[in-house]
Ligand binder design. Structure first.
Ligand code: ASP
Length: 591
């Protein structure tokens, strides 16, 4: 071993001891004939002082530059009072350098690491190996490693087996596009990279493994949406002979343990909320419960009004009219309301009606609003009572298709919560339950809300009679408005699985072609089973306070699903294409 200690481990207890450090020159300063080098390794920084008395060593210290890799031997000594640095783990001591060996030189890095300023993300990703040297980045990766260790420990202690599943496989439908890999040995055929290990983990249950987990890479070729990665990591879990209550309890304890161990945070017991309630009160399937604002439906008060903007949606069962009270919001300037109007426009809302409640006792005179003249005062008063409006509040309204209103006002609620600093706590986890089995597409066809292997909470006959009304045995864990993970009890009966396939419009032939192996497994003694998967990257992002999942992945892809460092994806030569039986369209045209 070359080093005796990490830089960040040095402290007063080592005073007068000789140590050897290995690391990078973080900063070099020349101070009246003495040279200071801050040496950095993954655990932190240490200050090393070189005196001119040791001539040869001093001369070497004089020549080193930022990011040189060095080995330093010296003696730990307390810094004089006044020269201590409370911001540095080793800030109470310094090392008097005796020997200095340059292990490697470095060119001037493309961005400075000591004074890290606004370097574009593209540059950081292009030189990720340097970016990761920054202490903040090292901290995040270290925390990520502690998180996975804690989770593994918990699952190992609770009888879960870590089993790997294939990366080269067939499509596993999770609602995204597949990444395909052409086969050389089977001309014209393709593997798909797994969108999740879903079917394999179910098959492991059929094999009797009972409790499985895997920290698994998943691949989804999704359209460019903010903060998604084409490959990401799941903590994937499956169990047999447990119902949804058991599974939620085990995994909730895992997450609570994790927060206690890694952040010393007590999350407490997680509330369970039906999806319908989450949509009604918060306009979201992943409500951020740190924000004390709620949507309150008021269509019953607006059915008869002449004002079409409200009366239309109030009388249409596919629509929703809802109110959102913001305490103390009446002082909001016009400009801010305009900005919020633009904001809800992103979600398709055509406007943002509001009432400023200046003085309720003064009747209409006390209300400032472009809409009050269109609505009878009696109805307005019922609405204001229902939302609990008092003097000084503002009440916003949404009236449109239910989906638009929920999304727009749900997002506005979160934005207001942040803009006005209304957050009531740091962590607000919950379970969302009672999801519908299916979602209706614009063309009226149904798609699985979770995935097609999720068990309904009704019989197969009831399901086929009224698929749109069927609920599933699925559950999501939500934290601070982010979906941390989700899962379900699965179908373990072939007839039920085929009923779901039929509802989804998957023909008998296609069922056999795509899922024949699953249907086979279901007929050879499949136990009742279920599980879930957590998104590791998002979990780490929340726990480290990072602003994006790219910040907690060592080598992430850019927003356009490329790696700017390795230049992937890249072109391949014709020979390789020929071996894969592939001819590119451009080539074909030229020939
Ligand atoms: N496979 C599911 C997903 O990736 C999770 C699960 O149902 O366990 O969302």
């Amino acid at each position: 071993m070359m080093r005796t200690h990490y830089c960040g481990q040095l402290n007063e207890t080592l005073a007068d001891q000789e140590v050897t450090l290995c690391g990078w020159v973080h900063r070099r300063r020349d101070h009246g004939g003495v040279i200071f080098l801050d040496i950095r390794d993954r655990e932190g920084l240490a200050q090393v002082v070189f005196d001119p008395d040791r001539e040869a060593t001093f001369a070497k210290a004089d020549r080193v530059r930022s990011e040189y890799v060095v080995k330093v031997t010296g003696k730990v000594r307390l810094r004089p009072e006044g020269a201590r640095n409370p911001n540095m783990a080793s800030g109470a001591i310094e090392v008097l350098g005796y020997e200095l060996e340059v292990l490697n030189q470095a060119e001037t890095p493309p961005f400075p690491l000591d004074d890290y300023s606004d370097v574009g993300e593209e540059t950081r990703l292009r030189y990720r190996f340097i970016d990761l040297r920054r202490p903040e980045m090292a901290e995040k990766l270290k925390l990520r490693s502690r998180i996975t260790s804690s989770i593994r420990r918990y699952l190992d202690d609770n009888g879960f087996l870590d089993v790997e599943t294939p990366i080269l496989t067939r499509a596993t439908p999770e609602g995204a596009r597949d990444y395909l890999v052409p086969s050389r040995t089977h001309p014209g055929s393709f593997f798909a990279l797994p969108q999740s290990p879903q079917l394999f983990k179910q098959l492991l249950m059929v094999s009797g493994f009972d409790r499985y987990y895997q920290i698994a890479k998943c691949f989804r070729d999704e359209d460019l949406r903010a903060d998604r990665q084409p490959e990401f990591t799941q903590i994937d879990i499956e169990t047999s002979f447990l119902d949804e209550k058991d599974i939620m309890a085990i995994t909730e304890t895992m997450v609570r343990n994790l927060f206690k161990e890694v952040l010393d945070v007590e999350l407490g017991e997680l509330p369970h909320m039906p999806l319908a309630e989450a949509m009604r009160r918060f306009g979201s399937d992943k409500p951020d419960l740190r924000i004390p604002l709620e949507l309150v439906d008021v269509e019953d008060q607006l059915k008869e009004v002449e004002f079409k903007v409200f009366a239309g949606p109030a009388n249409d069962p596919k629509c929703r009219v809802t109110a959102l009270r913001v305490p103390g919001g009446a002082s909001m300037p016009r400009k801010q309301i305009d900005d919020y109007t633009k904001f809800v426009g992103i979600y398709g809302a055509k406007g943002l009606a509001y009432i400023k409640v200046n003085e309720r006792a003064a009747g209409v005179e006390g209300l400032q609003s472009p809409i009050v003249k269109n609505i009878p005062l009696d109805n307005i008063n019922v609405i204001l009572d229902r939302v609990g409006a008092v003097d000084g509040d503002i009440v916003f309204f949404g009236a449109d298709k239910a989906k638009i209103v929920s999304e727009a006002l749900g997002a506005l609620r979160v934005k207001l919560g942040h803009d006005l600093n209304l957050l009531t706590c740091e962590w607000a986890p919950l379970w969302v339950v009672d999801f519908p089995m299916f979602e209706e597409d614009d063309d009226g066809s149904l798609t699985a809300m979770h995935h097609p292997f999720t068990a309904p909470s009704c019989t197969a006959e009831e399901l086929e009679a009224n698929p749109a009304g069927a609920l599933s045995r699925a559950y999501d864990m939500v934290l601070n408005g982010t979906e941390l993970g989700g899962g379900s009890i699965r179908i373990h009966n072939k007839g039920m699985q085929q009923a779901v396939f039929r509802v989804l419009g998957i023909s008998e032939e296609e069922q056999q072609e795509k899922f024949g192996f699953l249907l086979d497994a279901l007929k050879y003694g499949a136990p009742p089973h279920g599980g879930l998967a957590f998104g590791l990257d998002r979990l780490v992002m929340l726990m480290t306070g990072a602003s994006s999942i790219r910040e907690v992945i060592a080598f992430p892809k850019t927003q356009s699903a490329a790696c700017v460092m390795t230049q992937a994806p890249g072109l391949v030569d014709n020979k390789a294409l020929r071996e894969l039986h592939i001819r590119l369209r451009e080539q074909a045209k030229a020939e």
